[in-house]
Structure formats: structure tokens, C-alpha cells
Write a new protein. Sequence first.
Length: 392
Amino acid sequence: MKVDVLIIGAGAAGLMCAITAGQRGRRVLVVDHANKVGKKILMSGGGRCNFTNLGVTPAQYLSANPHFAKSALARYTPWDFIALVEKHRIAYHEKELGQLFCDESSKQIVRMLLDECTTAGVSVEANCKVYSVRKTPDGFGVHTARGEVRAESLVVASGGLSIPGMGASGFGYELARQFGHAVLPTRAGLVPLTLSGRHQEHYRDLAGVALPLVETRVGKHSFRAGLLFTHRGLSGPAILQISSYWQPGRDLRIDLLPDHEAGDWLIGQRHARPLVELKTVLGDALPKRLAHRLCEQWFDSRPMRQYHEGELSRIGEALHAWPITASGTEGYRTAEVTLGGVDTDGLSSGTMQSRLVPGLYFIGEVVDVTGWLGGYNFQWAWASGRAAGEVA
Ligand SMILES: Cc1cc2nc3c(=O)[nH]c(=O)nc-3n(C[C@H](O)[C@H](O)[C@H](O)COP(=O)(O)OP(=O)(O)OC[C@H]3O[C@@H](n4cnc5c(N)ncnc54)[C@H](O)[C@@H]3O)c2cc1C
């Protein structure tokens, strides 16, 4: 079989690239080794796909080159994707912080992309493994489960390593290395953190306890959102966000009461409720089980009048900078994204084309560009897919 553009990976980036190239009249084939296309779209956003974010800027992306994503993101904006969603009459809503979700189901986004593929004359083949790729004088020869496919352009949209059960593979990284590209070290991002030893023992039985608003901090990066205790550690959006900036050994601080001036508040409580114990007072601002555990582990619980103001100020400071030592992450098994990947130094930021091998493109998560939680990763997939699809 001979096509103009062969795309490996029928996920968000691959399908957007296929639509764009197909609309230009290119003969496009998309192959995916999974039994269904767009599996991550289907499971995303709790089944409702957080398909973009109204506040997208390059600042919400991690990459060794923070400038790389700028061009593609500027040329395909959230409003471009919203226009597509509206054209297909898919109802959506803003949940919080600019995050847009389908009202009904992420299936609608996959349906929309496949309908656009059909209209653009794109062929999409699931259950089609790619075994090897070689360079030919006029393009690429790709050995697939359906035989040899010859293509003028080859687009690698095979994603990262997160959730291997969904079809994730290191194939894109291997292919990049085969063609001389550097691949930056990968690690799990947007992932729950694990605790070990005494930290795990202290907090394990708090599994299920949730705080609606904390502020997590690693170095100069911080996020205000919810936190959830799990059997093995910590999760919730504030933890997932900061996990992309955290690495073993890095100091993680959690402000448990970001909207309080905790020291002043406790001093006020000492005057207002002198006979009430600290754990009861803290239980008014924090989940009771956590308040009691903090008192057992850190501050003994006495009637408020027995604390000096200095002691209460120090307790307040501790609540604003709870030093929790994470031992690791839950890894690719549960991570939403993979940090690192194909080094952007080897790619054109305008087209995603390889600087080393003309006709070869890398798009989406396989590239060293990773967004925050909240629709940013799909927007990168759409934008980078679009950039490559305009030229491939
Ligand atoms: C549980 C979960 C929820 C998420 N929710 C959101 C969300 O709500 N909003 C958001 O913005 N982001 C979300 N993400 C992140 C988002 O899904 C990814 O960033 C995005 O899907 C990346 O798109 P992609 O096309 O680059 O890769 P993928 O969508 O991963 O697609 C890659 C495709 O390549 C195929 N493939 C891999 N190897 C091969 C091979 N060797 N041969 C053939 N095919 C291959 C895979 O089967 C897959 O279909 C979520 C991720 C997870 C895991």
C-alpha cells in the first residue's frame, strides 16, 4: 500500500493531524495497535473528556525548551477546538478554572474526530501493529500487521508511557532514537505520590479523607486545589499538579489552610474558646480525623488557654508548610502523562518536523512537552497535530 502520510497512533494528536492533512487532499492512513482508537480520550475527564482549557498559555507546559510549544499553541487555540465541538453540536460546560468538559460523554469527541476523518477521506485502522520502519529514497517503508506501507511522510503520534493497559508503548522513543533523535529521560507526571515508612504508617488510615483546598509547593511552583489521602499516599488535583515538578529528594510543602492566617486565627480562638482543646479547634478548619492525627503526631492537644501565643504562631506556621516526605509516585500505571520524551531541539517548532530526517514528524505526548492538569494536554495534542497536519 502507498499513502502520502502514515500516522502511527490514533489518539488525540494523530487523529487531529490526520484530519488536517486529509483536508489538504493528502492520502492519509492512521494505524493503531490497540483494538479501539482514542482510548485515552474515552477514559479522560472521568468519561467526559476535559478537551481544552480557556486559559491555555505556554506557561502551563513543562519542557526542556519552554519556548517550543508557543508557535503551535498560538496557531491552534482552544477557540479553534471549541468551534469544532460546536460544529458537531456537542454540548459542553466549564467546570472550573477554564476547564471545558462534554456534558454527556467523551465518546462524542472520538465520534467527532472519526467523522471528520471520514469527511477528509482518512483511513483509520485499529488492531494494526507496527513492527519496523526504514527510510526509503522517497519516504518511509513501514512494516505493519497489514503488510508493508510506503509513505512520503511519517508522523509519530504514539503517545507516552502512561497507562500501558490502554496501548501506551515506548515505540515512539525507540523510533526517534533509530533516526538519531535525542530522547530526554521520561518519568510519570500528573500522578499520585506515595509515602513510605513512618509517614505511611502515620497517615494510612486517613485514606479517603479529602481537603477541598490546599496549596502544594515544590521550589517556585505551587498549586491551589484539593487533596485526598489514599492507602499508599496522597492524591487529588493539588498533588497531581505538583507531582510533575517533584522528584525524589525534592522538598514538598503543603499549606493545609491556604485561606487562613492560621497563627492569628488560633490566637483568636484561644481568646474565644479558652477551654476547648486544640484538636477540636483544628477540627473546625480541617477534616476532624486529620486534625486529631496532626495533634497526635506533632502538637499535643491541650485546652487553648494553655498555649502561649508564640506556640500558636509556630503551630500556624507548621500548618502552612506541612513538610511531607513523599517516597515516590504511583508510576506509569496511574499517571495521566509522561514527562520528557523526544527532545524538541531536533524538531521544528512550527511544523513538528524532524531537523534530521525530512518527512518525519513527532506530535503529542511523545514529544518533550507536558501540560498541567485541566485540558492542557489535549490542547497540546490538537495544536501539535494540527501543525504537522498542515505540512506533512
Ligand atoms: C486517565 C487519563 C485521563 C486523562 N484526562 C485528560 C483530560 O481530561 N484532559 C487532558 O487534556 N488530558 C488528559 N489526559 C492526558 C491525555 O490523554 C494525553 O495527553 C493525550 O491523550 C495525548 O495524546 P497523544 O495522541 O499524544 O497520545 P495518546 O492519546 O496516548 O495516543 C497514542 C496512540 O498511539 C497508540 N500506539 C502506541 N504505541 C503504538 C505502536 N507501537 N503502534 C501503533 N500504535 C501505537 C496507542 O494505542 C494510542 O492510541 C488523561 C490521561 C489519562 C491517562
